[in-house]
Design a protein around this ligand. Structure first.
Ligand code: FES
Length: 100
């Protein structure tokens, strides 16, 4: 089931945004015009990744600096060891939808 989250205009290229859908926290990112969605909470502890830092195609957790790939959710360095879940995204009529 695809769920509408925000307007595409609210996510300019090279930015990220935290949203909620069906009770889940999701991190959206726009990388060169392509939109990606991964879980919005770090897999190490309860830290919101939307409060972290975007470095190229990665998000850096603000708490202990683990890095995750914004496209795939892959984790690059400890202390987190588990990847983030990735969500399918579609754009329709100027809005971003993610598959829950
Ligand atoms: S809470 Fe994210 S690295 Fe520790």
């Amino acid at each position: 089931m695809f769920v509408k989250v925000i307007d595409l205009s609210a996510l300019p290229p090279e930015t990220m945004a935290g949203v909620e859908a069906e009770g889940r926290k999701i991190l959206l990112s726009n990388l060169g015009g392509e939109v990606y969605a991964v879980d919005g909470v770090c897999t190490h502890e309860e830290s919101l990744l939307s409060q972290g830092f975007k470095v190229e195609d990665r998000v850096v957790c603000q708490l202990h600096l683990s890095q995750f790939d914004l496209r795939t959710g892959e984790v690059y360095n400890p202390p987190a060891t588990e990847p983030l879940r990735r969500y399918n995204v579609k754009i329709e009529e100027g809005s971003i939808f993610i598959e829950i």
